[in-house]
Design a protein around this ligand. Structure first.
Ligand code: 13P
Length: 362
């Protein structure tokens, strides 16, 4: 895709994020992979005022060009695109229900089968770290292992995709799951689907995405295209769908190879002038993006990104049966909480908060 198309795609995605209620104000940010780096939303600029030229071009070494500073979250956008060669787009929002879970440091467990659309048996919540920091980026990368979505503790949501449409779709799905989970929690911690059930869901998703009708139940009664609709149906036939997938996948390693070369300090073919003059930056917590040589004179200190800144009295006497049932239920809930906590500790070594956290799934 041309840079022009990507710039327009980023703006359209931001506008849609706010229009649909997935985001509000100038919260959130979006990036798209380009050769050796990314195009990313500028920091703090209202989306309805954003023009294609406002989108910032940033190299993976932290240098950038453009008339604005990059999003304060450039570190996690950069680190995700550098490390996750399977995706081209990073979208971040402060969507309300996902953030409701985030402030409780809770992930989304396998309470609903659609959780699998983010790649695992759960959607993890990372521990809290201040926005714009390397620490936050490190947590995000970890929470995204094997996933295309994660919740940032006390912050918001990140989703990964290969097209703008898919990014918006996934963010909407995760936000909807979060909404369902928050509502479900009102009547208690919902039971979870087992790993076996979630594995079956994953298999089903895989099959469906290749355009095949599901027959995991072995009934073998897949729908078949008939008569006049054949011409239309052929367009979406599995063979073509597979070809598209291959084409998209085939494009990624090329970019990945260049990305890897850049990360190791090798010259990027085709754009040596800018990159060669740019200072070599390392991903430390103190790292600041620097304008590339062309606009370096403008990169004064002031131009550098600034951290932007049931009452016992009224309770009815319980029967032996309900007491036993309640005891069993709370024992099960306690066991489930303990398992979740232990699993999150294994992923993040988390100590803060008392909330249930998502277990580290597959
Ligand atoms: P930016 O405007 O810098 O992208 O920040 C918005 C945000 O959501 C920070 O997490």
């Amino acid at each position: 895709m041309s840079h022009k198309k990507i710039r327009n795609g980023i703006i359209d995605t931001c506008l849609e994020m706010n229009r649909s209620g997935l985001n509000q104000g100038t919260s959130g940010n979006v990036s798209h992979r380009v050769d050796g780096g990314m195009l990313i939303t500028p920091t703090s600029l209202p989306y309805d005022k954003m023009k294609p030229a406002d989108i910032v071009e940033m190299n993976f070494d932290g240098t950038f060009s453009g008339r604005h500073r990059p999003s304060s979250e450039w570190r996690f956008h950069r680190d995700i695109l550098k490390n996750r060669k399977d995706v081209n787009i990073v979208l971040h929002t402060h969507s309300v229900y996902t953030t409701t879970l985030a402030v409780h440091e809770r992930g989304i467990p396998s309470f609903h089968y659609m959780v699998a659309v983010a790649g695992g048996f759960d959607i993890r919540c990372s521990p809290y770290a201040c926005f714009g920091t390397q620490e936050l980026s490190d947590y995000a990368l970890k929470a995204l292992e094997g996933r295309t979505a994660c919740i940032l503790g006390h912050h918001g949501l990140i989703v990964l995709a290969n097209t703008f449409e898919k990014a918006l779709w996934l963010a909407t799905e995760v936000e909807t799951l979060a909404k369902m989970y928050v509502h479900a929690l009102a009547i208690g911690e919902p039971p979870r689907l087992s790993d076996k059930e979630m594995t079956q869901v994953q298999e089903q998703i895989k099959r469906m995405s290749y355009g095949q009708a599901p027959d995991l139940d072995t009934v073998k009664d897949s729908p078949k295209v008939k008569g006049a609709v054949v011409a239309v149906a052929k367009k979406a036939a599995p063979a073509k769908a597979a070809a598209v997938t291959v084409a998209v996948k085939g494009a990624a390693p090329k970019a990945a190879a260049k990305t890897a070369a850049t990360a190791t300090g090798a010259k990027r073919p085709g754009r040596p002038a800018k990159a060669a003059k740019a200072p070599v930056m390392t991903a430390t917590a103190l790292e600041k993006p620097a304008r590339v040589a062309k606009t370096q004179s403008k990169a004064s200190a002031g131009n550098a990104p600034v951290a932007k800144a049931a009452s016992a009295k009224t309770a009815k006497p319980a029967t032996a049966k309900t007491t036993a049932a309640k005891a069993a239920k709370s024992a099960a809930a306690a066991a489930s909480k303990a398992a979740s906590k232990a699993a999150s500790k294994a992923v993040f070594g988390m100590k803060r908060g008392a909330g249930v956290r998502s277990k580290a799934g597959k």
